[in-house]
Design a protein around this ligand. Sequence first.
Ligand SMILES: Cc1cc2nc3c(=O)[nH]c(=O)nc-3n(C[C@H](O)[C@H](O)[C@H](O)COP(=O)(O)OP(=O)(O)OC[C@H]3O[C@@H](n4cnc5c(N)ncnc54)[C@H](O)[C@@H]3O)c2cc1C
Length: 458
Amino acid sequence: MRANPDQRLLIAGAGLVGPLLAILLARKGWKVELFDRRQDPRLTRATEGRSVNLALAERGIHALMHSGLMDTIRKLIIPVRGRMIHRPGLPESFQPYSQKESEHIWSISRADLNRELIRAAEATKGVRFHFRHSCLSADPGKHLLRVKDEVSGQISEQPYDALFVADGSSSHVRDSLTAEYGNFVRTEPLQHSYRELRMPSLRDGSGFAMRGDSLHIWPGDDFMMIGLPNPDHSFTMTLFLPDHGKVSFASLKQNAELSHLFQTWFPGVQDDIPDYQEQFFTNPPGQLGTVYCQRWAFPDIVLTGDAAHAMVPFHGQGMNCGFEDCAVMSELMDQGDNFSDIFQNFEKRRREDCHAIATMALENYVEMRSLVKDTQYLLRKEISFILEQNFPRYFIPRYSMVMFHRIPYQEAFQRGQKQEEILDLCCRGIHSATELDLERAEQLLRQLPAINPASVAV
Ligand SMILES: Cc1cc2nc3c(=O)[nH]c(=O)nc-3n(C[C@H](O)[C@H](O)[C@H](O)COP(=O)(O)OP(=O)(O)OC[C@H]3O[C@@H](n4cnc5c(N)ncnc54)[C@H](O)[C@@H]3O)c2cc1C
């Protein structure tokens, strides 16, 4: 679609997805305006209790490269090569994400990334930001977005030619559309929440308190703590617990109970976070859940990012998936000739894929909090790497398909299920990877269609 600078494109939300989308649209010649209820993050250090750091992977990197931003972002990221598993009374053990040196994820500060995206969007000259402006609702018939100026309290009606909804998982604009189009949104709370703690760098500032290239996990079966490194050598620790039950946010009311939990399940961590009790009882809790939308496209309005497909964070894909949305939208804008068709094609291309990653993200919670300590899981992982090495056109571990490639999520999910069945057969009756019958494995794998090389990152 040829850009028409006389038309007004609005984006609700200037979190992670909104500004990247704005950059891609502005580069095509469109004029874009974003409204966000927050203060301009370039003027504040507050993170409003949201996750401090995020894992960036292939899909996100690909979209950032497509927008020409990766050189700037590269200065903000540090590599995370695998999981370090901590279990009381046992030595810690490192589980690499991949057998390939180049395949790892990157840790990035959400606030730094957000500021960089906003700066880059403004630098295009085609983008205007309106911070401290809350989007209240959209009127698709009149092409109007109702916006409240949080400073003056005034409410205005902003006309648009196309509206991109990127105001996050609790999207007000999305929910306002249900009045006209019926309830197309289903939210499934996880009934587990999280709270973040900061583990500072070593006291003399000389480095990380734990191995710095790892995602640290303390699996507790029904709960877990994780730690993701930051470029300033601190760790963002996140404690995920059920809302109710024996070990839960509801049961942890006093310092003594918290101290008992740490001593039992996370021994040693208290020494590296001397004020962990104060942080735990002061930092805001974060809710987790999945948002499924049966409809994403409306006349001249489209849902993107978490507003369309919020998911639990256990696969580290929410932002990566949102950035992939931006790359797909950019491609479709080049191909289509009116907004409504483009938005419908976008929904067709993305919706089922996003349902698939939401399911895989839920499954990964069980893997992280429980399976990682299982010997059978470790054997399957070892065999997965052998199969990938020997038959790369037929087998790529599911985690790698999601994190290190751009294989559509649905395909990764379905292929992953078939691969699990093959792994069941390969692992039956063996206790070590040296006993693997490679010929039989090959026969089984060649019954699967070959992986499309275009979706494999090299
Ligand atoms: C604990 C945790 C860890 C995570 N870890 C990862 C990870 O490792 N990797 C990964 O890829 N993803 C991760 N995610 C997911 C990721 O944070 C989200 O998927 C991503 O932020 C979605 O971007 P978005 O722009 O759609 O929404 P958001 O980033 O939530 O941005 C929405 C924006 O809209 C604004 N807004 C909200 N309501 C209104 C309104 N009414 N009017 C105007 N503006 C409004 C908000 O102020 C915000 O700026 C994690 C999430 C959590 C909770």
